[in-house]
Ligand binder design. Structure first.
Ligand SMILES: O=P(O)(O)OC[C@@H](O)[C@@H](O)c1c[nH]c2ccccc12
Length: 257
């Protein structure tokens, strides 16, 4: 059993125990789309990540509202909030706290296997959800994708190899994330982005986002040079003394317009 299998199995258990949310799903600051922002220029999807199965605790006691505001002020393309509780020490409440205070797009970062989770993400104010191709059967992938789009959410479709990229393209996904980290072995290599970029149809209105293992500005420049429009950064920003500076240095001028 891989770690991904374990996370998914736990997720099904978690879903059984969901208590209805009290958030009303309205009155959030209005948010632009991530796709539009990344078509304008290269930017950083900045993540709130307290812990992870590969790194253990990163910064569990962070003031996430302050952190999210720093991200937004620096010109982040979007904010990603890890909501998985068991393996990442996040929660749907973390997401809700962030969506209330920012007006840039917010990604609910979780292992989506059911429409209930998508409804909850929306109720908590997310504007984007993640679908991990490696974690889903084709039918499930399609129906969750259609469902999320039908309720007005954007979908970031995550891939790790060529076969998964083709499955994402079959959905006509516009936001495709190449995860540089293998979720089965935790191995990280930015070369993944370079490899898959070679197969990527950079037609109008489709963007590649390079996810994970972006530790330095040079990593960001490398990903952009290979064709990425955005990068998704968690740990480096959570550990940085000045996440705003990190984001500004990895964002192009056009992205801020
Ligand atoms: O902390 P990093 O290496 O910058 O990675 C961020 C992000 O890409 C990573 O958190 C991530 C990418 N895809 C995921 C799927 C589930 C959970 C987490 C992730």
């Amino acid at each position: 059993m891989t770690i991904l299998d374990k996370i998914i199995a736990t997720k099904y258990e978690e879903i059984k125990n969901y208590v209805p949310l009290t958030f009303d799903g309205h009155d959030f600051p209005e948010k632009s789309t991530l796709l539009q922002r990344l078509l304008n220029g290269n930017g950083v999807i900045s993540e709130i990540k307290r812990a992870s199965p590969s790194k253990g605790d990163i910064r569990t006691e962070v003031d996430i509202v302050a952190q999210a505001k720093k991200y937004e002020e620096a010109g982040a393309a979007a904010i990603s909030v890890l909501t998985d509780e068991t393996y990442f020490k996040g929660s749907i409440h973390d997401l809700y706290e962030v969506t209330q205070v920012v007006s840039i797009p917010v990604l609910c970062k979780d292992f989506m296997v059911s429409e209930i989770q998508i409804d909850r993400a929306k109720q908590a104010g997310a504007t984007i959800i993640l679908l991990i191709v490696a974690a889903l059967e084709n039918q499930q992938l399609k129906s969750l994708n259609n469902y999320a789009l039908s309720i007005g959410l954007e979908v970031l479709v995550e891939v790790h190899d060529e076969e998964e990229l083709h499955r994402a393209l079959e959905l006509d996904a516009k936001l495709i994330g190449v995860n540089n980290r293998n979720l089965k072995t935790f191995e990280v290599s930015v070369e993944r982005t370079a490899q898959l970029a070679k197969q990527f149809p950079f037609d109008e209105g489709r963007v590649l986002i390079s996810e994970s293992g972006m530790n330095t500005k040079e990593d960001a420049q490398f990903a952009y040079a290979k064709g990425a429009s955005g990068i998704l950064v968690g740990e480096a920003l959570m550990r940085s003394e000045d996440p705003g500076k990190w984001i500004r240095e990895a964002t192009t001028e056009e992205a801020l317009k």
